[in-house]
Design a binder for this molecule. Structure first.
Ligand SMILES: Cc1cc2nc3c(=O)[nH]c(=O)nc-3n(C[C@H](O)[C@H](O)[C@H](O)COP(=O)(O)OP(=O)(O)OC[C@H]3O[C@@H](n4cnc5c(N)ncnc54)[C@H](O)[C@@H]3O)c2cc1C
Ligand code: FES
Length: 287
């Protein structure tokens, strides 16, 4: 079996496993799609959740780099889990090399994986329309969210990138609802940022409607979306990215300040890996 739970933590409902690589391909000049066989995680996965994935197979009990990397879930079908990633440093460079060298489904290239982790996206209630902004590492969680939850014309996903060739291919990001592209240079979709496209939508097709806003990806984009939400008194949720070591609430590497006491600990601090990564902006200090 390609994915064998080593420890099934029922209370936290995540699984620690080994997952075989079944597919790896470039889907734009920037992104790679990685498919893993891991039924125990695929069956539990919810939009906005992530996995902690080792970048190389265990070599005598450890892999190099030692720490796994957090990656959001792009999709989960049957026993398979899909991730969409780009190379940003040493870990993701090693992951790319591992995946390119892997024979499909090979037990030699099974990667340590923990997931599904965190609190993901759910639809904002009592709004007329939903608009989500994704860029960089925020594309995957929002595409998964739309695939599972979008149910008609009131759902709008805006994907932002610098240039057209960075946008993942249509198949990788196909979603129900409306998909809009914004590029800095205007080489695909509208010219400008995803935040500009949100503003245009609110001034145009969605004028006068109460809109739920979601954002995942680069912090300036999420802050721009949050700022618009605050100005219009619209509800908004963002998916935070912090550097993570454990991914399961133990090391405290990922904590941020909340606005009020945590319902369980009574403290202001929130662990992004466990309490998030998705937060209502009203839960977060400084947003
Ligand atoms: C919940 C979550 C979900 C994520 N989902 C995805 C995804 O779907 N696809 C994807 O490509 N990436 C995703 N990321 C980001 C990914 O984890 C980092 O790119 C990766 O860990 C970088 O590791 P590295 O060893 O390649 O680079 P490093 O050498 O560790 O870092 C390279 C650069 O990336 C920055 N960086 C590293 N980790 C993070 C982080 N967690 N957040 C922000 N910046 C970081 C560093 O400051 C540095 O500038 C996600 C991160 C989190 C926290
Ligand atoms: S990464 Fe360890 S507590 Fe969040």
């Amino acid at each position: 079996m390609s994915c064998s739970p080593a420890a099934d933590n029922a209370s936290a409902s995540f699984v620690q496993s080994q997952a075989a690589i079944t597919h790896h391909a470039a889907v734009s000049s920037r992104y790679f799609l990685l498919r893993l066989q891991c039924e125990a995680i695929a069956r539990r996965a919810q939009p906005g959740q992530f996995v902690m994935l080792a970048c190389a197979p265990d070599n005598g009990g450890a892999s190099e780099p030692l720490l796994p990397r957090p990656l959001a879930i792009l999709d989960a079908r049957g026993a398979e889990l899909e991730l969409l990633y780009f190379v940003s440093g040493r870990g993701t460079q090693v992951l790319r090399r591992t995946a390119e060298g892997a024979r499909s489904g090979s037990t030699d290239t099974r990667l340590r994986i923990i997931g599904p982790l965190g609190r993901g996206f759910t639809p904002i209630p009592d709004v007329d329309a939903h608009v989500a902004l994704g860029g960089g590492s925020g594309v995957a969680p929002l595409v998964f969210f739309f695939r599972r939850r979008a149910d008609g014309n009131a759902w709008h996903l805006i994907l932002g990138a610098r240039t057209a060739d960075q946008i993942p291919c249509t198949e990788a990001v196909a979603v129900p609802g409306h998909l809009r592209i914004a590029t800095d240079d205007g080489s695909a979709g509208s010219r400008g940022t995803a935040v500009d496209a949100l503003q245009a939508l609110l001034n145009g097709d969605l004028k006068g409607r109460r809109v739920g806003i979601y954002a995942a990806g680069p912090e300036p984009m999420m802050r721009g979306a949050a700022q618009i939400a605050r100005t219009l008194s619209f509800p908004a949720r963002v998916s935070l990215e912090q550097r993570m070591a454990c991914g399961v609430g133990v090391c405290r590497a990922c904590v941020v300040d909340g606005t009020g006491p945590h319902p369980k600990t009574g403290l202001k601090r929130r662990a992004v890996c466990q309490d998030g990564p998705v937060f209502d902006i009203n839960e977060l200090a400084g947003w």
